[in-house]
Design a protein around this ligand. Structure first.
Ligand SMILES: [Zn+2]
Length: 499
């Protein structure tokens, strides 16, 4: 058996000013994504979709190529030359021919400068070269589905957890179903559909209702015989027609059943649409509430989430509103991850360990699509730690993968240890903090620029959680987004919409 594997993942926040060139697709901090044997070495044995694909190929004794392993933190639209370079590597491999199956690890919410549907465009190009070879695709739960993303694939599986701790399991679900197809043991048949609703990201976690029950129902359908059942909550920070919630069901040659299960899931999600709406709390009130939660008998840690500005939704991670409020209200023994500011990092490196300096951090990224700018924050602190930025994720999310925050420092202001860093990374893993010498259990407060993914590695440490409304392109007030291409009407922007 000969299998072609490829990874090309990006969640595009069309409101983000963060530039998306080819170098961003190298998670290990290189100039471009890994290809061939280097890509296999980077992902073999990791808790990722591609890690699972490699495992399947090796278990089957298949000959396989991993054409490319391109994975970027979310950001603005993908530059055309980056997209063309990545797809060319995949299409060249398809062109070589002789494949029994193609296994793709895609995100599902990629927007390029020229294409609203980056994944569907890739699949259409593959099918133009090779109309027949069975294709399996794994998508992130935040995929915004388009017809070509579904129609040009035989098997589709989406993550069933958020935070995404089942990436490897999703790769197994997609890959195992494709193996059955290749061996003539199954005839995958797919139905998909969507409803006009934009679930709020802060309400999408699978520890919370209604998504817990929706994903549990997908798993039950698979136990009842679906090859793959997936409900995508969608990614709302994308001004594209098909942003929002959708469902894909793949059955073994039973279209009527696939359609029935699709409709069941869409009906439940639609009926629960109000539960996907998020209620905002004013920032000053959130921080004051957090301050009152700890004392000498309740030492925390309380986790404060600066959820308007996280890398995993395309935020530049340099807005300072929440950190400024934490400092203004004089919370004590705080760790903050963090502020993206390569310039400030360089100033600290030049000053050296132990030096005390006053500098202006964050607020440097212009955000034309954001109604409220973020000001730089003036801080005085001592340089406590210098770090080269490289660490491995402990898991359970993306276990074993190389992460890179770029050159980083910890600046200790006395009350707050602020991590300043030079490459975007979401603090989803406890090693994000441990690698810079911060033990969250020794802190009274931990501020993270994260929404849901931090739960993967740290929710078990939190004595309490306070969600803090800052500013940024991952705004939790969707009415701040100037949507032009999004299909309307859509809930909750248009509350009276019907299906
Ligand atoms: Zn996601």
């Amino acid at each position: 058996m000969r299998l072609l594997l490829a990874m090309m993942k990006h969640e595009t926040n069309t409101f983000s000013p963060v530039f998306t060139d080819l170098s961003r697709f190298s998670r290990a901090g290189g100039n471009e994504p890994d290809t061939g044997p280097a890509a296999i070495a980077a992902y073999r044995g990791t808790g990722t979709v591609t890690g699972a694909y490699i495992e399947i190929a090796e278990c089957e004794g298949a000959q396989f190529d991993l054409a490319i392993a391109a994975d970027a933190w979310p950001s603005g639209p993908v530059e055309d030359d980056a997209y063309e370079a990545m797809t060319a590597v995949i299409l060249d491999a398809v062109q070589r021919g002789g494949w029994d199956g193609i296994l793709l690890d895609l995100h599902g919410a990629m927007v390029t400068r020229s294409h609203e549907d980056g994944e569907g465009t890739l699949l259409a190009r593959i099918r133009a070269i090779d109309a027949k070879t069975p294709i399996a695709v794994s998508y992130d739960m935040h995929a915004n589905l388009y017809p070509e993303m579904v129609e040009h694939a035989n098997v589709i599986a989406g993550y069933q957890t958020y935070p995404h701790i089942d990436m490897h399991g999703t790769g197994r679900r997609a890959g195992d179903a494709l193996m059955r197809m290749i061996k003539g043991q199954a005839k995958p048949t797919t139905a998909w559909g969507n409803v006009p609703m934009l679930p709020h990201v802060m309400r999408q976690g699978t520890a919370d209702e209604p998504n817990r029950s929706l994903q549990a129902r997908c798993q039950a359908m698979e136990a009842e015989g679906a090859l793959c059942a997936s409900l995508f909550v969608g990614f709302p920070h994308a001004d594209i027609a098909n942003a929002g919630l959708s469902v894909v069901i793949t059955t073994d040659n039973d279209l009527a059943l696939a359609e029935r299960w699709r409709d069941e899931l869409l009906n439940i999600a639609w009926a629960q649409r109000e539960a996907f709406v998020y209620q905002l709390e004013p920032l000053e009130q959130s921080v004051a509430r957090a301050k009152a939660m700890t004392d000498s008998t309740n030492p925390g840690p309380v986790f404060l989430l600066d959820h308007y500005d996280n890398a995993a939704s395309g935020g530049p991670m340099d807005t300072t509103r929440v950190l400024a409020e934490i400092m203004r209200q004089q919370l004590d023994n705080v760790a903050a991850f963090g502020i993206f500011d390569p310039q400030a990092v360089q100033q600290c490196i030049e000053a050296g360990i132990g030096a005390t300096l006053t500098l202006s951090i964050g607020g440097k990224q212009k955000m034309p699509m954001c109604p409220e700018p973020s000001e730089p924050l003036q801080v005085t602190g001592r340089v406590k730690t210098l770090f080269d930025g490289k660490y491995r994720a402990k898991g359970p999310m993306a276990a074993g993968t190389q992460q890179d925050m770029g050159h980083a420092v910890v600046l200790d202001t006395g009350r707050v240890e602020i991590v300043l860093f030079s490459r975007h990374v979401e603090p989803f893993d406890v090693n994000t903090l441990l690698s810079v010498g911060i033990d969250p259990m020794q802190k009274r407060y931990v501020m993270l620029k994260s929404r849901i993914h931090w739960r993967a590695g740290m929710s078990h440490l939190a004595k309490a959680v306070v969600e803090c409304a800052g500013v940024g392109v991952c705004t939790s007030d969707y009415s701040q987004h100037q949507f032009k291409r999004l299909r309307r009407p859509i809930y909750p922007l248009d509350p009276q919409v019907s299906r």
